[in-house]
Design a binder for this molecule. Structure first.
Ligand SMILES: NC(=O)c1ccc[n+]([C@@H]2O[C@H](COP(=O)([O-])OP(=O)(O)OC[C@H]3O[C@@H](n4cnc5c(N)ncnc54)[C@H](OP(=O)(O)O)[C@@H]3O)[C@@H](O)[C@H]2O)c1
Length: 310
């Protein structure tokens, strides 16, 4: 299997690159190697690389910045996936693309299923929904995996921000009115690798492509996630974590209140599911030390955190 990976410096891309380095042939690209805002560059690159599978882990994922950068956001999240899908179709390759819970408005009281209609609240969600629709219209063999609340031991994410803030704060205010399932980038990379193995061992025409939800099992809030990660990290001195509502936090883009995605279709189709969010947290915390998080995460201007990068 020859795999073309985009977004190889991002959270999911980094984990996928690390996992696959000994097995498959992976052509890893970040924005320097392949600028996904340039359509002709994408087509030329894919035609030269001739992959069997394209894993598109690149995205414009700064949800607040997307509100002011509509063009760039749509170029990366809507145009590029469609061009990748068209080129995958041309090569008879599989496209694995990641989407988001933010294609939904979060008003449903139950976890969202793949049958629910998309109705994004913000520019980022709208661009990801447009990417999904464009891929579907291309007729490329494609797996679209909707993820939520991604974090990892590296990069800029909620977990690392909380660990850094906890070192210097006596009190943190964290939103308690958004429900979701924090999911480690590594668990997504592992599942992606497993899906590629299944694809390699299947008849291409019978491989069950389409849209699937893929998140950690279970549910919590950002407040619940922060409490769990601080309890697991600090034995004695740790900050008080106060629950606040999202409206008390000054984030720019609107976020869904309910980010929970039902992963039943994925389980029924592929026969496995991701571990619980608590198990995933334990694994990531085992990898990270508070000190290394403190040294490398840039300081945010507030100790009130209601959202995450995506
Ligand atoms: N983060 C979340 O909470 C979350 C939740 C749900 C779904 N998702 C989806 O999951 C996927 C992976 O997310 P992630 O958190 O791993 O993303 P991430 O860490 O933000 O990484 C995104 C990558 O996109 C690349 N990129 C940006 N502009 C580019 C350009 N013009 N050309 C090529 N590459 C470009 C960047 O590459 P360079 O570093 O090389 O510039 C960056 O490493 C995305 O599709 C995202 O929408 C994420």
């Amino acid at each position: 299997m020859r795999i073309l990976l985009t977004g190889s410096n991002g959270q999911v891309g980094t984990e996928f690159r690390k996992l696959g380095q000994n097995a498959a042939e992976i052509i890893s690209t970040g924005s320097r190697e392949l600028d996904l805002t340039r359509e002709e560059e994408i087509r030329r690159f894919v035609r030269d690389a001739k992959p069997n599978v394209i894993v598109n882990a690149a995205a414009f994922s700064d949800v607040d910045a997307a509100e002011r950068n509509w063009d760039a956001c749509f170029a990366l999240n809507a145009m590029a996936p469609v061009v990748l899908a068209e080129e995958a179709h041309r090569l008879d390759a599989l496209l694995i693309h990641y989407s988001t819970d933010q294609v939904f408005d979060g008003s449903k009281s139950e976890p969202y299923t793949e049958k629910d209609r998309t109705s994004p609240l913000n520019v980022y969600g709208a661009s990801k929904a447009a990417g999904e629709q464009g891929i579907a219209s291309s007729f490329a063999p494609a797996l679209i995996l909707r993820l939520s609340w991604i974090y990892s031991a590296q990069g800029d994410n909620f977990l690392r921000s909380i660990l850094r803030l906890a070192k210097h704060s006596t009190e943190l205010q964290i939103a308690n009115d958004q429900a979701g399932a924090p999911t480690s980038a590594r668990s997504i990379a592992r599942a992606t690798e497993r899906l590629i193995r299944m694809y390699a061992n299947s008849r291409k025409t019978q491989f069950p492509t389409g849209i699937y939800h893929l998140t950690a099992a279970g549910a919590t809030t950002w407040h619940g996630f922060a409490l769990a990660l601080l309890d697991a990290t600090f034995q004695q001195r740790k900050p008080i974590v106060l629950p606040i509502s999202t409206t008390e936090h000054s984030s720019f883009a609107r976020r869904p209140k309910n980010s929970l995605l039902s992963c039943q279709k994925f389980l029924t189709t592929f026969g496995f599911q991701l571990p619980s969010w608590q198990q995933q947290l334990e694994e990531v915390l085992a990898e990270i030390t508070v000190q290394s998080a403190v040294e490398t995460v840039p300081a945010p201007s507030t100790s009130s955190i209601a959202t995450r990068p995506d």
